[in-house]
Design a protein around this ligand. Structure first.
Ligand code: COA
Length: 432
């Protein structure tokens, strides 16, 4: 039976050189992590793995703690990218479905810290908002600590654990972190419209992270019998379910159920998923496995990118050498969707970005379709795996095309003011 402890008692369990893994995003165990820096004088070289941390933890960000705490992340947040140069922060390259599996091949944690909903009358508690790698870590870690919180939804799937499997609980009652529902702008709406034209009734949908996927969800309310097999369950999916566009009736895998690996959204989303038997939060290693995704007929994946070169390589996680986010499930879902019968993958992006000029507040507009990716850019989706690319100027399909055809297709959806320059560069390189 797990023992209830306080945050102070949990901090006392941490020793020199311990290796801790925290749950992903809203499941990160924030009561303990918020106070982790307090043990600085007592410990040396403690390592903490995170994934899309949602709070600004002192141990992770403040320079004075950087000799004591090493921080790794599978997916960067704003804070991590801004403080990367502290020297104690590193990125773990990964496909999301392998995040836990491959890390465990490398190193087994001493301590797992995460979140859960309250145990039920049989002693089972739900890992609530994330099932990406948490259960695997719980099985392997020497010490498991869960912050149990009555505000966290009790979600269903394969993320129930019995209290006897956990070493320690900390009672907490903080609010569940939310991702606000941001309104779509005109460009988002145009992209949403182009993609909606290529989505059919009965398709099974995955939507990625970022502003554009939300707008795509908004554009799908007129569709019928959509299904959901996605990595991240968002507020957009809840709205599609409530409007009747998502029924999951036509799904060929997990018929009748929405399948995801983690959830992040508004409080309304959290109320919706609480004890909802139509929603399965399954192990991310399974959900995002391209072979599993491909079992859904008519699977469609919709993600976004930072820049795409004229051959179709998508850099979706870095701005040059600066790690911005992570590959996450972009490659998993794009390649998985294309394994499916009648599957399609969309990478959507604005044709331009406004970027800050070095050492100034001035911003200039650049094309996001480029002859070369920036120096040091990470390729998140290979040109061998790219399918549709969509901007506010239209959607083009690169699947199966040669470089010459790709260049022409991509120029046709670039911002008109950059098209001549792109053509000139493509000619100089010898692509066309
Ligand atoms: N060059 C330089 N800067 C660029 C740029 C480019 N080509 N494109 C975008 N940027 C800047 C933007 O100006 C913005 O800067 P700001 O914050 O200073 O305004 C910043 O990068 C973020 O761009 P934005 O388009 O607003 O990002 P987003 O929040 O919509 O997220 C991704 C887009 C691509 C970063 C995000 O979708 C991602 O991380 N994808 C990889 C993971 C994934 O797809 N997973 C799928 C399964 S969930």
């Amino acid at each position: 039976m797990a023992k209830k402890i306080t945050v102070d008692e949990a901090l006392n369990l941490i020793k020199d050189q311990d290796y801790m893994v925290a749950g992903m995003a809203a499941s990160e165990g924030r009561a303990l992590l918020t106070r982790l820096h307090e043990i600085q004088d007592r410990v040396n070289k403690v390592t903490v793995d995170l994934c899309l941390p949602l709070s600004s933890y002192k141990f992770m960000l403040e320079k004075q703690y950087s000799d004591t705490f090493n921080v790794n992340s599978w997916f960067f947040s704003n804070d991590l990218r801004r403080n990367f140069k502290n020297g104690n922060i590193s990125f773990i390259p990964n496909h999301l479905h392998f995040a836990g599996v491959r890390r465990l091949d490398h190193k087994v944690p001493n301590i797992f810290i995460g979140n859960a909903s309250m145990p039920d009358e049989n002693g089972y508690l739900s890992l609530s908002l994330s099932n990406v790698y948490e259960k695997k870590m719980i099985e392997k870690a020497e010490i498991t600590i869960l912050e149990i919180n009555p505000n966290f939804p009790r979600t269903l799937g394969d993320l129930l654990v019995h209290e006897s499997e956990i070493d320690y609980f900390i009672d907490v009652d903080y609010d569940v972190p939310v991702l606000p529902d941001s309104p779509s702008n005109e460009k988002d709406k145009m992209i949403g419209k182009h993609i909606a034209e290529l989505i059919h009734d009965g398709d099974c949908i995955q939507l990625g992270i970022g502003g554009i996927p939300n707008a795509v969800a908004d554009a799908l309310h007129d569709k019928k019998d959509l299904g959901v097999h996605t990595e991240m369950l968002t507020t957009g999916f809840m709205k599609l379910y409530k409007s009747g566009a998502v029924t999951n009736k036509k799904k060929t895998l997990h018929n009748g159920k929405m399948v995801a690996a983690f959830a992040l959204g508004t409080n309304e989303l959290y109320e919706f998923i609480d004890n909802n038997e139509d929603i399965l939060l399954l192990d991310g290693n399974y959900v995002n496995d391209p072979c599993v995704i491909g079992k859904n007929e008519n699977q469609v994946s919709i993600n976004t990118t930072i820049e795409v070169d004229l051959t179709g390589q998508c850099c979706s996680e870095s701005i040059g050498t600066v790690q911005f986010s992570g590959t996450g499930g972009q490659s998993d879902t794009a390649t998985g969707a294309q394994r499916a019968k009648n599957g399609r993958s969309f990478i959507a992006l604005y044709s331009t970005a406004k970027v800050r000029v070095k050492d100034s507040e001035e911003r200039v507009e650049i094309s996001k379709i480029v002859p070369y990716l920036k120096r040091g850019a990470a390729v998140s989706l290979s040109r061998n795996d790219v399918d549709y690319i969509v901007t506010e100027y239209g959607a083009v399909r690169l699947r199966g095309t040669n470089i010459k055809e790709r260049v022409e297709l991509l120029i046709s959806i670039a911002h008109p003011k950059f098209r001549d320059e792109l053509r000139k560069e493509a000619q100089e390189i010898g692509y066309i």
